[in-house]
Structure formats: structure tokens, C-alpha cells
Design a protein around this ligand. Structure first.
Ligand SMILES: [Zn+2]
Length: 435
């Protein structure tokens, strides 16, 4: 079983991120339908870029999330817990209604249809009224999203699991989608039906706040996340280009031969995680000892996440500041995360976080971010395009045609850069390497 709660925390972060993506997509289609202020999408020779956010929305606002730790009092904590509990009940109830409607009558319920049943539900279960009405509305939206994701995957030919009923303690966030919250003058966050909660306001919110989500982490820490619409902070344009290859020897290798080393904590966290999980396995189910050990596993996961996020944020910031065009390989993250090797799972998580931070930061800064297919990037010679097999143990690329001798990852980074620039029709600047 492992730990279900960090997965939930991850899921909710993912949900927030998806929200960001959805909104930016909606914006794009909105502008395109109007036809005006649609900047040139085409590269210099008229080819359409594969995956670039750069030219898509120029004078448009972006959505950013600002997360703060909150420290509720005991009374507020009770209110927060019971809010989650009411939302959980409602979630399960709405999901069941959908299921029975579909199985017995073959019809699917809509989000609005379900929200319209709230007055009756509140009569049946008066405790629902302790929760702000819009928070309850948002629960129906979540059920709707879960169902839509399910059907989308069915349609795509996958075999998804049916959206799950949430067990006790498995529902860990709720959201004020419009109003019912504010930041007070003494930087507390005032949440309707809960009160003014102490908040660590470590940096100011930018732009206008759209939604507020309250979240309980797997280690029982509470956070509030504001989703804000704000002006993108553009950087000075630069024509520098880079290709990035990720590998096992180093965390990443750049096409200018710079290397980002694997941080030492990868190893440390891997060991700590293995130890905590071994201990958890040995404890009998249902005992207080097991609960304690589960908390230790959650804490190790949390610590690894904090360190990983810190590392990937810093590295991606440096790259976005330095380069105008950033090419990376399109790693199939879904394929990667389902492996059982701990060492790999930690660096996999770091790579996908690194790429997603790069993409978001590049989009805000007005940099070009290009993903290319990773096929043959390590087998081709970056100078003469000769192709040869490269066993994993082979560290140097030795080209028999042009006698190029180069580090394997550096060669791949050069190929990624060339592929990326080619896909958007940009010319390859003369690399210092060939000089
Ligand atoms: Zn060659």
C-alpha cells in the first residue's frame, strides 16, 4: 500500500497545476477566435512549432499560485477538520448518485443538476450548513472533473479505475472558488465560517486573487493557496540557445558542456525512505505503532519533496535567466514514474518537476521552450549525424566517420538543441564547440 496521503497531496498540486494549464488554453482559444492580437506563430521559414508557449499569449495575464503555511487555533482546526469531513461526505454522496443514475437508468448527471439538489441534501444533513456554500458548490465541480477525466481515459482506450470514494482522512482540501476569503491587514487569512487564521505571509501576492484553496498535507500541516491572475514578468530578450539532456551520471548536461550535478540528498532520501518503508511493512495493521510509522514515511516523502522542489526551482530559474531558447527531450513521464527502483523514482520525480518548472518559468519570462522527441538523441553524432548503437555503459561518444570524441550526454544535449531549433525553424548559431 505504501503511503496514500502523499499521493493525495501530489494530486491536489497536480489539480492546481492543471487548472493553470486549462486556463491558459482557454485564453489561447479565446484570442484565436477573435482573430486580432494573434502574434505570428510561425517560425522564420513558416513551420509550425511543436510545443512552444512563447509567442502564444503576449499581452495576456497568467495564473500563478501563491502558497502559504497557516497555523489554525484548536477551535479553527476543529472547524477545518469538520469542513473537510462534510465535503468528503458530499463528494461520496454525489459520486454515488452519479453511479446509480448511470447503472440503473443509463443517464449521466450534470454538475449543475447535482448542485441543484443541495437544498434537499441540506435538509437531510443539517451539518452541511457549517460549510460555506461556494465550497460545497466546488465539491460538485470536483466530482464532475473526476468523471470527465474517467471518460476521457475510457475514450482514449485506456483502462482507468472508476473515481474512488474517499475514505476517512483521505479528503484533504477544499476550495473557495470566488469569495468567502480575504487577507486581513495583519496578514491573517480570513476564511468564511472558519475565522481569521494566522498565516506566514512570506511574500506578497501578485495580481488579483481569484480562488483560495485550503489544504492539509500528509503530515498534518495546513496551507492556503491563492490562485492569482497577474501580469507576466518578462525578461530581457536574449538570443542564446541551449539543449538539455538528463541522464543518470549527472542531473542534467547542457549543450554548452555545463553540467548540473546530482544533489547529494537524492541518495540520502532514498536510504531514509527505504528504511522508513521497511519499518512500516513490519508493523501490524491497525496498530498505533503502524500509524506512527506511516507518519514517518509521510514525513520522509515530504522532506524529499521540499528539497527536490527547492533544487529544481533554483536550477530552472538559472537556465531561464540565461537562455532565450530552451530545448529539452520529451520524457514520457507516465512511463517513468511506474518503476519500482527507488533511486530512479526520486530522480524521475526531480526531472519532471524540473521540466515543468522550466516550462512555466519560460512561459512567464517570454522564453521559447521546445520539447523534442528523444529518439536517437544519444545515438546520433552531433557533428556528422552518423548513427551507432550506444550501450548504457559507454560514457564517450566516438564517431568513426568524423572522429568526434565527446561526452555521451554532451553529444545528446547538442542533438536536442539542433532538433529543437530545427522544429521551430530557427537557425543554429555557430557553437563554440566546433571552433
Ligand atoms: Zn561524426
Amino acid at each position: 500500500m505504501g503511503t496514500p496521503t502523499p499521493t493525495l497531496a501530489y494530486l491536489s498540486t497536480f489539480l492546481l497545476f492543471t487548472l493553470f494549464r486549462i486556463t491558459s488554453r482557454a485564453r489561447r482559444s479565446l484570442t484565436s477566435s477573435h482573430g486580432d492580437e494573434w502574434p505570428s506563430l510561425l517560425g522564420q521559414d513558416g513551420r509550425f512549432p511543436l510545443d512552444t508557449h512563447y509567442s502564444l499569449h503576449y499581452n495576456m495575464n497568467i495564473l500563478k499560485n501563491f502558497q502559504y503555511r497557516i497555523f489554525p487555533t484548536k477551535k479553527q482546526l476543529r472547524m477545518l477538520e469538520s469542513t473537510l469531513e462534510e465535503c468528503r461526505w458530499l463528494y461520496n454522496h454525489l459520486l454515488e448518485a452519479r453511479k446509480t443514475a448511470y447503472e440503473q437508468e443509463g443517464r449521466s448527471l450534470s454538475c449543475y443538476g447535482q448542485q441543484a439538489t443541495y437544498p434537499i441534501l441540506k435538509e437531510q444533513r443539517p451539518s452541511l450548513s457549517i460549510v460555506h456554500s461556494q465550497v460545497l458548490q466546488n465539491v460538485a465541480v470536483r466530482v464532475d472533473l473526476a468523471m470527465k477525466a474517467f471518460f476521457r481515459r475510457v475514450k482514449a482506450g485506456e483502462t482507468p479505475g472508476y473515481p474512488r470514494f474517499k475514505g476517512y482522512g483521505r479528503y484533504d482540501s477544499f476550495c473557495y472558488p470566488q469569495s468567502g476569503f480575504s487577507i486581513t491587514h495583519d496578514t491573517r487569512v480570513s476564511l468564511s465560517k472558519i475565522g481569521a487564521v494566522k498565516m506566514v505571509y512570506h511574500r506578497p501576492v501578485r495580481g488579483s486573487i481569484k480562488t483560495a484553496a485550503v489544504h492539509r498535507s500528509s503530515t498534518n500541516k495546513w496551507y492556503v493557496t491563492f490562485s492569482c491572475e497577474c501580469e507576466p514578468q518578462r525578461l530581457e530578450p536574449t538570443s542564446t540557445q541551449v539543449g538539455i539532456d538528463v541522464g543518470l551520471k549527472t542531473f542534467a548536461t547542457l549543450s554548452n558542456a555545463d553540467e548540473i550535478d546530482n544533489p547529494r540528498f537524492f541518495r540520502q532520501e532514498e536510504k531514509a525512505l527505504a528504511q522508513a518503508q521497511r519499518r512500516l511493512c513490519k508493523a501490524e495493521k491497525g496498530t498505533p505503532e503502524r500509524k506512527k510509522r506511516r507518519n514517518v514515511v509521510a514525513r520522509v516523502h515530504e522532506r524529499a519533496t521540499f528539497k527536490r522542489e527547492n533544487f529544481t526551482h533554483q536550477q530552472s530559474r538559472q537556465i531561464v535567466d540565461r537562455f532565450g531558447v530552451i530545448c529539452v527531450e520529451d520524457l514520457h513521464v507516465n512511463r517513468m514514474v511506474h518503476n519500482h527502483c527507488l533511486a530512479k523514482s526520486i530522480s524521475d520525480a526531480a526531472w519532471s518537476a524540473f521540466f515543468s518548472h522550466l516550462s512555466c518559468k519560460a512561459e512567464e519570462a517570454g522564453r521559447q521552450f521546445i520539447k523534442v522527441s528523444p529518439a536517437y538523441t544519444s545515438q546520433d553524432c552531433s557533428r556528422c549525424h552518423h548513427r551507432q548503437k550506444m550501450p548504457l555503459g559507454e560514457r564517450m561518444y566516438q564517431c568513426p566517420c568524423c572522429l568526434l570524441s565527446i561526452d555521451r550526454d554532451h553529444n545528446a544535449a547538442l542533438n536536442i538543441k539542433a532538433l529543437g531549433l530545427h522544429s521551430v525553424g530557427l537557425p543554429l548559431e555557430a557553437p563554440a564547440f566546433y571552433a
